[in-house]
Write a protein that binds this ligand. Structure first.
Ligand SMILES: Cc1cc2nc3c(=O)[nH]c(=O)nc-3n(C[C@H](O)[C@H](O)[C@H](O)COP(=O)(O)O)c2cc1C
Length: 173
């Protein structure tokens, strides 16, 4: 049995399902790795804390993601938690331009070698510890080896298909 046929199709209307998911507010990350000195990365909202001890996090990546394939080869990855001013970076890494996504992006290699983008709110570097099938996605579990925090930077927020800051674009203050 192929992994994608493990589950029945379900009965929810697909448009309503996507809309319901879009009503869940998330932060925005860029998940990166490097292979043979070439940096790759993709925009990811499906990021979550998994365990404090041992320190584990998870990300969910589409099977078709080029970054997923590279992470599985490299065995390491970094989660870059984007800050409010980085919506252009989020849009750039949501394309399929391979290593070209890093053109004009300021970054340095972290302890693991995975790219850490400048001015992110936080970065989390991991060893790839486990990989589980989840329909048309795969769930990657990372054992955290290193983390950095820039406490004074507000986060980038994603809600109903739009980027904003914590206060929202149309917030009344
Ligand atoms: C705000 C936002 C969040 C996203 N979250 C995810 C995600 O959690 N998992 C995923 O696989 N793709 C996600 N995507 C889509 C990928 O970024 C996109 O498919 C990208 O082109 C994949 O690039 P790659 O093939 O180079 O890895 C998201 C896109 C946006 C704009």
């Amino acid at each position: 049995m192929s992994q994608s046929s493990k589950y029945e199709q379900g009965s929810v209307d697909p448009v309503t399902y996507r809309s319901a998911l879009g009503n869940f507010v998330t932060g925005v990350t860029v998940v990166t790795t490097t292979l043979g000195g070439t940096p790759v990365g993709t925009t990811v909202s499906a990021f979550a804390a998994l365990s404090l001890s041992p320190p584990l996090i998870l990300v969910s990546l589409a099977r078709k993601s080029e970054t997923l394939a590279q992470i599985k080869r490299a065995g390491i990855f970094a989660v870059n938690v984007l800050s409010e001013g980085q919506r252009e970076i989020a849009a750039c890494f949501a394309t399929s331009a391979g290593a070209g996504k890093f053109e004009g992006i300021e970054y340095e290699n972290g302890q693991s070698g995975a790219p850490i983008i400048a001015d992110v709110g936080a970065s989390i570097e991991c060893d790839l510890e486990d990989c589980f099938s989840g329909g048309d996605h795969e769930i990657l579990v990372g054992l955290v080896r290193n983390a950095t925090v820039e406490g004074d930077l507000a986060p980038l927020v994603y809600f109903r298909g739009n980027f904003s800051g914590l206060a929202g674009e149309n917030a009344v203050v």
